[in-house]
Design a protein around this ligand. Structure first.
Ligand code: ATP
Ligand code: MG
Length: 330
């Protein structure tokens, strides 16, 4: 049985820069099942945000989706009109961002903003919307919801504002929540509380979540499945256990090696040497090859396809290729 809620196939989005037009993501395939948390992880500039904005058809005007299919509940979102798309956004797909202050308008009370979110998709009286808003604030763990309704965003902490933006995202009962670095701006205890809240909501509402992060600690805590992105491509995907216990791509292995451990005080922290290439200067062959400790000639010449890995996922690495393996052992 296919339980996919979202299936992104071969998605490419290009951006116009002063050096020309270049793909920021290319040939991206991602699937999210109902009720699943998919984490997208990768260093800064790897294309995580562009991938999520493309799926909402919200990429900036300098960008354009050039190929691909985004099947959501069986419909190709790339073929629906902007009007239909705006109905889908907010009703079936909601989004929360890194900086909750950005999502909230400083000149209106939090209450009026939640009420407005409720009323966009539901014909409901003001009192009905007020009551529903208070319920939503309770659901996201706000201790004094009535008091909070009258507060302005600047009067609340970052964690509280993120809870309010989650409440607004939930107001339409979405099937998919896209969360782009939702806890990066928060301190660690508040971060843990927000992550717990997202897990609770997923369970209560059987919602799917696409969680974008560069923090592997967050991935370990939250993900059912993981997609590792690098330089605009998915490099490895698999279930969370496989990714952490049996990573196949040298990039994933490098990311995992870079996680600081408790008690590691006197050891030097590992980091992958070099940086993510810019979209205008992608290397030939495998995009990771200039930084890869295992790179061979073929890696610098020819880009590998996604290949079935020994875990139940896939990786884009020549090391997984039969001919490579035979050459290596023979
Ligand atoms: N508006 C734009 N114009 C030109 N290039 C862009 C634009 N937006 C993003 N890019 C480029 O696309 C690539 C992917 O960017 P993206 O923002 O998706 O990365 P990210 O993985 O979300 O990084 P971060 O972890 O820093 O949020 C980067 O090389 C970036 O410079
Ligand atoms: Mg980003």
């Amino acid at each position: 049985m296919n339980d996919a809620l979202l299936k992104i196939s071969n998605l490419t989005a290009e951006f116009k820069t002063d050096k020309g037009v270049f793909p920021a993501i290319s040939g991206v395939n991602l699937t999210i099942d109902k009720g699943e948390i998919l984490c997208i992880v990768g260093e800064s500039g790897s294309g995580k945000t562009v991938a999520s904005l493309s799926l909402m058809k919200l990429i900036p005007a300098v960008g354009k989706i050039t190929t691909g299919e985004i099947s959501f509940e069986g419909r190709d979102l790339l073929k629906v009109s902007q009007k239909e798309m705006s109905l889908i956004r907010g009703k079936s797909i909601a989004m929360i961002f890194q900086d909750p202050m950005m999502a909230l308008d400083p000149v209106y009370t939090c209450g009026s903003q939640v009420i407005e979110a409720v009323r966009i998709h539901e014909k409901i009286s003001h009192q009905g919307a007020y009551d529903k808003s208070v319920e939503l604030l309770k659901q996201v763990g706000i201790p004094h919801p009535e008091r909070c309704m009258n507060a302005y965003p600047h009067e609340l902490s970052g964690g509280m504002c993120q809870r309010i933006s989650i409440a607004m995202a939930l107001s339409c009962n979405p099937k998919l929540l896209i969360a782009d670095e939702p806890t990066t701006a928060l301190d660690v205890t508040v971060q843990a509380q927000i992550l717990e809240l997202l897990k609770k909501i997923r369970k209560e509402m059987n919602m799917s979540i696409m969680l974008i992060t560069h923090d592997l600690g967050v991935v370990a805590e939250m993900a059912d499945r993981v997609a590792v992105m690098y330089a605009g491509k998915v490099m490895e995907e698999g279930d969370v256990r496989s990714i952490f216990h049996n990573p196949q791509h040298p990039y994933t292995q490098g990311l995992i090696k870079s996680i600081p451990h408790m008690g590691q005080k006197n050891e030097k922290l590992y980091s992958i040497s070099g940086t993510v290439p810019s979209i205008s200067s992608m290397p030939d062959g495998c995009r990771f090859s200039p930084r890869c400790p295992d790179a061979a000639d073929i890696c610098r010449q020819k880009e590998p396809e996604m290949m079935q890995a020994c875990h139940n996922g896939k990786a884009r690495c020549w090391k997984l290729d039969q001919a490579w393996r035979e050459g290596e052992t023979g």
